[in-house]
Each structure stands twice: as structure tokens, then as C-alpha cells.
Design a binder for this molecule. Structure first.
Ligand code: TXA
Ligand code: MG
Length: 331
């Protein structure tokens, strides 16, 4: 059942659906981050995504669908593992990589013979997808190598009037991009950690699942430097925060400390970006806080690396990429 949405949202949904059918782009809220959406069956529309984002053409996009049945329109085979994960986690922040049907436009897959598919949990995204009844290609709605947007205002900041419509679905509840699981090989692999953990996926599949970015896949989520604000980002363990902050302050830099608890020593050139107390809060706030650091014009963000696995893996991954110290090998 589609959720009941306010009348204003209904009118915007109709406008968004019409724009997409005309081959135009729309800013789309999802529970993870905002997407830059186009009709995934329209190669010209998909090319417009690459042009607007200034994204290299060989970086594949995720196709968003509104029903599990639609998997068959994109994948040559839907293995039991894919159905199990879809049943367990969709709609939700999980993307499945499957062998692509020959008729899937290769502009969507960046030339690969696999396709990434996800059913987002945001009510506005789901309502739009179900109204269209077709797949929507949507990378995060940021310019290439910039911080992903988690509010409609962020999308406007990125693209301004170049985008005819941004559907405002409020702040994203998850806040970082979906977990990507590659099911196109014998062994399932996690290509990008996210809010759904490796342990949850392994539990569901009843087998071991490794975090293993694909060698040789040109994918921005797999590049070292990604999700970067303009300020320099330095990732440190909790115990090292005071010393690293003091070091940058001594050097005359304006510093933001991104951490769960406030800095012990106030300083006129130091601001605290309250990372959040729970891992969920930390994911939800991360990108907004990196944008805030840029708005404040700080020189360096000293960011606390959370400990543990599950969502902490995903947070460390994004923080290390923001710092240009990608936690995974690049191609
Ligand atoms: O949460 C999300 O996944 C968000 C929202 C908008 O749904 N989308 C998103 O898209 O993060 P994007 O384009 O920023 O990241 C897509 C990533 C690529 O970086 C790549 O790692 C992976 O998906 N990908 C897509 N197709 C793939 C394929 N066929 N094989 C391997 N990886 C693929
Ligand atoms: Mg992205």
C-alpha cells in the first residue's frame, strides 16, 4: 500500500512523474540521501545525470524500483539470495548488484554487464516509483566528489535552477548511502558498507559475506577521495582528539571538532560539530555537518572515528573517504 501523502505532495508527485516521462531530471528524497533521478530506460535522460553531476561516464548508477517484481525487468536472473535480501530489507537502504539484461541501457551501468537495484523506503520516493511503474536511475544528488545531500536545500545548493524540481521529503532519516551487495558472482560481497551491516546480510543469507570492493570497477563509491568537503578532514581516535585539535590551533588554523562529546578546552578558533550520541544519529547528521564545516569556513575538521562494527564500519568508511584516506583499495 502506498502511504497517504499530503495534497501538496500529490501535486508535486504528478509534476515529478511528468518531468521524468519527458526525460527531465528531478531531485528525489530517499531515506539514505537525496537522489538525482531520471527515467532509467531513457538513455538521453540518464546522460543528463552524468552531465549535471560532472560524473565520469563509466561510473554506474543505481536503478530504483517500486516493487520486487520489477527486478526481472533489469536482471537476467534473480537468485534466491536476492529475493531473500529483498524480502528482508526492502524497502530500505540496501542495493543489490545482479547480472544485467541485455536491454538495460549500458549508460546506466557504466558499460558493465551488471546492474545495481534498490527499493528505497522513503514514502515520497516509493509513491513516485509506484506511480511511474518503471525504474528510476538516481545517484546521490551532488556534484562529482562532493558531499551527498541529505535535505532538499542541499540539492538546491548543488544544482540551483539547473534542476526543474526537487521533491522535498524532509531530512533523510538514514543519512548515508545504501549498503551495496554484489550477488553477480558465486560469493556475495559488500561493495559499500551502509546502515545494513555485513552481519545482518550474512544472517539473512546464512553464509559469510565479505566487505570487498570490486577490483577494477570504476565506481565513485569505491574511490579513495569521495564525499569531501572543501575543508581538510583528519580522522582520529577519540583519545587523540585533544592533541590533534591543539596542534591545528597552534598552527593558526580554524578548526571544527566533529565528535560525540564537546571539546574539553574552548578556543575562539574552535567550533564543535556535535556528531550525535548514537551510531544512527551519527550517520544521519554526518553529511549535514560536513557541509556546515564548509559554511563556517573552517580550515580543518578533526573527526572522531567511531569504534565497533556494523554502522560504525560505514561511518568510518565515509569519514576516511572525506579525509582522502579511503578505507578500501581503489582501482
Ligand atoms: O543510498 C543510495 O544508494 C543513494 C540513493 C540516492 O539511493 N544512491 C547512491 O548512488 O549512492 P551513487 O551513484 O552515488 O552510488 C552508486 C554506487 C556506485 O558508486 C557504485 O559503487 C555502485 O553504486 N554501483 C552501481 N552499479 C554498480 C554495478 N553494476 N556494479 C558495481 N557497483 C555498482
Ligand atoms: Mg554518490
Amino acid at each position: 500500500m502506498d502511504p497517504v501523502l499530503p495534497a501538496s505532495t500529490e501535486a508535486n508527485l504528478a509534476a515529478a512523474a511528468a518531468l521524468l516521462m519527458q526525460g527531465r531530471l528531478v531531485g528525489l528524497p530517499t531515506e539514505t540521501v537525496y537522489g538525482l533521478a531520471a527515467d532509467a530506460r531513457n538513455p538521453d535522460a540518464v546522460r543528463a545525470i552524468f552531465a549535471l553531476k560532472q560524473r565520469p561516464a563509466d561510473h554506474p548508477l543505481i536503478v530504483h524500483i517500486g516493487a520486487v517484481d520489477e527486478l526481472q525487468e533489469w536482471a537476467t536472473e534473480v537468485p534466491p539470495a536476492a529475493l531473500a535480501l529483498a524480502r528482508a530489507f526492502w524497502p530500505g537502504p540496501l542495493t543489490l548488484v545482479l547480472p544485467a539484461r541485455p536491454d538495460v541501457p549500458r549508460v546506466v551501468t557504466g558499460g558493465l554487464d551488471t546492474v545495481a537495484l534498490r527499493m528505497p523506503a522513503h514514502p515520497v520516493a516509493l509513491a513516485l516509483l509506484r506511480r511511474l511503474g518503471r525504474g528510476v536511475a538516481a545517484p546521490s544528488a551532488n556534484r562529482h566528489l562532493r558531499v551527498s545531500p541529505t535535505t532538499a536545500a542541499h540539492v538546491r545548493e548543488e544544482f540551483g535552477d539547473a534542476l526543474p524540481l526537487v521533491l522535498d521529503g524532509g531530512p533523510c532519516t538514514v543519512g548515508i548511502e545504501s549498503t551495496i551487495v554484489d550477488l553477480s558472482h558465486d560469493r556475495p560481497r559488500i561493495l559499500r558498507p551502509g546502515a545494513i551491516s555485513a552481519a545482518q546480510i550474512a544472517d539473512c543469507l546464512q553464509r559469510e559475506v565479505r566487505l570487498q570492493p570490486a577490483a577494477g570497477t570504476r565506481a565513485p563509491g569505491l574511490m579513495k577521495r569521495h564525499y569531501s568537503p572543501r575543508a581538510q578532514v583528519e580522522c582520529v581516535a577519540t583519545h587523540a582528539l585533544p592533541e590533534r585539535v591543539a596542534h591545528h590551533l597552534m598552527a593558526g588554523r580554524r578548526v571544527a571538532q566533529l565528535s560525540a562529546t564537546a571539546p574539553a578546552q574552548p578556543h575562539p578558533a574552535l567550533v564543535w560539530l556535535a556528531a550525535g550520541e548514537t551510531l544512527d544519529a551519527r550517520m544521519q547528521r554526518l553529511y549535514g555537518l560536513l557541509r556546515e564545516a564548509d559554511m563556517l569556513g573552517v580550515d580543518v575538521v578533526v573527526a572522531e572515528l567511531p569504534e565497533g562494527d556494523g554502522p560504525a564500519d560505514a561511518l568510518r568508511d565515509r569519514l576516511l573517504r572525506a579525509a582522502g584516506q579511503g578505507s578500501v583499495p581503489t582501482d
